[in-house]
Write a protein that binds this ligand. Structure first.
Ligand code: PRP
Ligand code: ZN
Length: 294
């Protein structure tokens, strides 16, 4: 049976992906690790996966919510910042855990910043006028919003604005332009969005896509851990290892010792290792997980 026969008919899900930018590479990587190969879109506008009923459209990230809500694409991978700014009535299906950033107000380094009231009456350059306007309204502030589409960070330096409202990730763009972060207005990461009311066959493909994406994301967040422990410590060590259920315990050739296998979350990792060592664990091995189905 060919791969194609696994799928009921010719229905394909169309996914919008950023053509080039902060999200593109990781979006393609996530799909590739989910067993869905696609070309990189450098020369193409559209490409079809040979191994999954998915077709990719490579677009500017700012346009993705509109293409999804208009039905040109069924789903898309885009930053929450863009979803919030474009407000196109799309459904956020899953947070994808990459391209994390903040949307922040920033001011020249020399400014003595004393809180949001500083922005009253100031000129703020941004590509995110809607999110900024909502924030100013919440703060009961009035300011002049200058909407510009790129290189927002240079506008205070050339006298176009007093401050900016833009994406901050590492913060190096701010530093190299003599600016400092003043207020974090929103946190953002890549999300999978979908057109509400997708037809059942496409929903079905979306569910399969999500299942695979989640397996890959779980594997990013978890590590496989193996260790040796004296038998009298197995109870104690099992309580430290969260695992999916409880750890696998196997006897070692050396009497009185066992090997324990489990899964640990990346966030708890170092703390868990310290406690394992303190409880007599030896020969601790930590191995990346390729896929994880929970
Ligand atoms: C954003 C933003 C800054 C930069 C900040 O650009 O406009 O230039 O990232 O990142 P840093 O804090 O790590 O220096 P980006 O190319 O992501 O904007 P776009 O996706 O809207 O094109
Ligand atoms: Zn963009």
């Amino acid at each position: 049976m060919s791969k194609k026969d696994l799928w009921k008919n010719d229905t394909k899900l169309t996914i919008a992906i950023q053509k080039s930018g902060r999200l593109s590479e990781k979006s393609l990587q996530l799909l590739a690790e989910a067993g869905i190969g696609l070309s990189n879109g450098f020369r193409k506008l559209v490409s079809c996966s040979p191994d999954f009923p998915l077709e990719a459209l490579y677009l500017r990230d700012d346009d993705i919510p509109q293409y999804v809500s208009d039905g040109v694409a069924d789903v898309g991978i885009v930053g929450e910042n863009v979803v919030a700014e474009k407000a196109r009535g799309v459904e956020t299906v899953e947070k994808l855990g990459f391209a994390r950033c903040r949307l922040s107000l920033a001011v020249p380094r020399s400014v003595e910043y004393n809180g949001p009231a500083w922005f009253a009456g100031k000129r703020i350059a941004t590509s995110y006028p809607r999110i900024l306007q909502n924030y100013l309204r919440e703060q009961n502030l009035t300011a002049e919003i200058h909407e510009i589409s790129g290189s927002v960070e240079i506008s205070p330096g050339i006298g176009l604005a007093d401050s900016i409202f833009d994406i901050v990730s590492s913060g190096s763009t701010l530093i190299s332009n003599g600016l400092k972060e003043a207020e974090v207005v929103m946190h953002s990461e890549a999300v999978l969005i979908a057109r509400p009311g997708l037809e059942p066959l496409k929903r079905d493909i979306l569910e399969k896509l999500l299942f695979r994406m989640r397996a890959v994301m779980h594997s990013y967040k978890n590590k496989y851990i193996l260790l040796n422990a004296p038998n009298e410590k197995i109870g104690e060590i099992s309580r430290i290892l969260p695992g999916i259920k409880s750890p696998t315990v196997m006897p070692l050739a050396e009497p009185g010792w066992s090997s324990l296998h489990s899964v640990v979350n990346e966030n708890e990792f170092w703390e868990v290792i310290d406690r394992l060592k303190a409880n007599g664990a030896q020969g601790i091995l930590v191995i990346p997980i390729e896929k994880m189905i929970v």
